[in-house]
Design a protein around this ligand. Structure first.
Ligand code: GLY
Length: 400
């Protein structure tokens, strides 16, 4: 009898413990939803009062909000953040704002001079399509995939990221530079292929992912930032960096793009080699001696003055979001728990700004490009974007 009571007591204790833990998770999610609502209310009030469609990316040195034109690679993230706020709250008042900020990007579908249209239209129109099933967004997504496909170089099997004949890129001697970030643009191609039934987009995405897998990674599973190809022959001309510390270093956000990119490629292809690649990148990141306890990396894993180097919250947020997805494909390796730990760090006062500060962005402490002297230790709209996407994914997983 004594044993039966003891067992019952233990069971109740475990149950209470689990319930307590569940409650903490729910509190965490709700607290971050409330915070996103507060910051986005302030941000959209400023925009609406201006009478213009402004697109906030970061803050300038004087603390003022930095707005960007629609051809900036970050223009999709703020509309995406408003779609995410709608999804997190279910409050329909966000819909007209999300639609307005999204539809301001209409002409981006014809943009062919850089590769980032996948980010731009994926974060805005594709999120709107996913949430509301808006049929009129489909042709925009498909046209964007066509524009992105004009940058495919069949001789090399890759999408050219940047033009090499103008701007700072022209000084690097590149012919067909491909950056690891480009993996993120493949999501739009996969989606456009499903929407249109045109397998060309799918085939381009797979070719790009395979060629990148072959040429972008080092023996330790970290990746280069830039690989330059001969567009006719596919010969690799150079392996370098643009935003990392050195050609042979591991730029933190680049590792995050690779990790997210291959996890997402598995979603659409179910090809095990993409899952393996994602797990290899995971092993590089999470076994790295320079990854801090709170799992928010320095801007480059090989930055020279660690621990006195800026962190990059955007890399951490992107990694956390991808980890939630990976945890659904590989449920038994603690990936969700690792993602939770990153989210806890990002949601703490060390990274999450007080309401009304930080230009009304959610997260502090990201890095744009240290070699360019740009956006060092600032908020970035894409850090917020992947943090909110991670929050949605976490909430969906907790519900199960
Ligand atoms: N795609 C540019 C960056 O990650 O900064």
């Amino acid at each position: 009898m004594k044993t039966a009571f003891a067992t019952l007591g233990l069971a109740l204790l475990v149950f209470a413990g689990c319930a307590g833990q569940k409650k903490t998770e729910i509190d965490f999610i709700q607290d971050n939803i409330d915070n996103a609502v507060a910051q986005h209310t302030l941000q959209t009030d400023i925009i609406e009062k201006s009478g213009k469609v402004l697109n906030p990316r970061t803050i300038d040195k004087d603390g003022s909000i930095h707005y960007i034109p629609i051809d900036d690679w970050c223009s999709g993230f703020f509309p995406g953040n408003i779609w995410f706020t709608y999804e997190l709250t279910g409050d329909k008042k966000w819909i007209p704002l999300a639609e307005k900020y999204t539809e301001a990007l209409d002409s981006v579908q014809y943009l062919t001079w850089h590769h980032d249209v996948g980010f731009m239209i994926g974060s805005s129109y594709l999120n709107g399509y996913r949430r509301l099933g808006k049929e009129e967004y489909k042709p925009v997504i498909i046209q964007t995939a066509k524009s992105l496909s004009t940058r495919f170089r069949p001789g090399a099997g890759v999408i050219q990221s940047w033009d090499a004949d103008k701007g700072w890129q022209a000084q690097r001697g590149w012919k067909c530079p491909v950056i690891i970030d480009n993996m993120m643009n493949l999501e739009l191609l996969f989606e456009a292929s499903l929407m249109s039934g045109d397998s060309t987009f799918y085939n381009i995405a797979v070719s790009h992912a395979n060629t990148t897998m072959k040429n972008h990674f080092r023996a330790d599973n970290s990746c280069y930032h830039v690989v330059d190809y001969d567009p006719e022959t596919g010969e690799v001309r150079k392996k370098q960096t643009a935003q990392g510390y050195a050609d042979e270093s591991a730029w933190a956000r680049g590792q995050a793009w690779a990790f997210y990119g291959y996890t997402m490629c598995y979603r659409y292809t179910h090809d095990a080699k993409y899952l393996e690649q994602a797990e290899k990148v995971y092993n590089f990141i999470f076994n790295n001696k320079n990854l801090p306890e709170d799992l928010v990396p320095y801007w480059d894993f090989d930055a020279p003055n660690i621990p006195n180097e800026p962190r990059d919250a955007s890399a951490a947020a992107c990694t956390a979001s991808a980890l939630y997805e990976l945890s659904t494909y590989v449920p038994n390796k603690g990936y969700k728990e690792t993602a939770d730990k990153i989210m806890e760090s990002l949601g703490s006062p060390a990274y999450r700004a007080a309401v009304g500060t930080n230009g009304n962005f959610i997260l502090m402490h990201s890095v744009g490009s240290i070699p360019h002297g740009a956006e060092i230790d600032v908020p970035l709209n894409y850090a917020d974007y992947y943090f909110l996407e991670g929050l949605i994914r976490k909430r969906d997983l907790e519900k199960k």
